[in-house]
Ligand binder design. Structure first.
Ligand code: SF4
Length: 125
């Protein structure tokens, strides 16, 4: 149902940190690129001084979308690895491996998406 997706609640999702699923512990907000039309409203109404749609860790649905963005973010690759961009750095990581080279909070956030929000990994078409 196109159009229904474009609500802020649907686009910026609180991801429980591992070990805190369902609890009241801290959550990490991720931005879902494929659901965002870059209207900029979250930059105006976010209670923090930020532009969530450009600054928050972004989940991408395709290599093309990943390449066409400068957001920090990640893309699940067909080979099971995850392409991650942080600043100018882009690399492919096995996020199931704590020694993959990503800092632990980021690795665990990506794993939480894969474990608890798999439905976000593709479009709804
Ligand atoms: S720019 Fe912000 S408010 Fe607008 S669609 Fe994207 S995430 Fe939602």
């Amino acid at each position: 149902m196109p159009g229904v997706r474009h609500g802020l609640r649907d686009l910026c999702l609180g991801v429980p940190q591992p070990g805190q699923c369902g609890g009241a512990g801290p959550r990490q907000i991720i931005h879902v690129d494929g659901m965002c039309n870059e209207c900029g409203n979250c930059a105006v109404f976010c209670p923090y001084d930020s532009r969530p749609y450009q600054e928050k860790l972004t989940l991408f649905w395709s290599p093309e979308d990943f390449a066409n963005s400068q957001n920090p973010g990640f893309l699940r690759l067909e080979d099971g690895k995850t392409r991650v961009r942080l600043g100018e750095s882009v690399g492919d990581y096995d996020v199931s491996d704590p020694g993959c080279g990503l800092y632990e909070d980021l690795r665990r956030t990506i794993c939480a998406v894969y474990e608890h929000y798999r439905y976000l990994l593709d479009s709804f078409s």
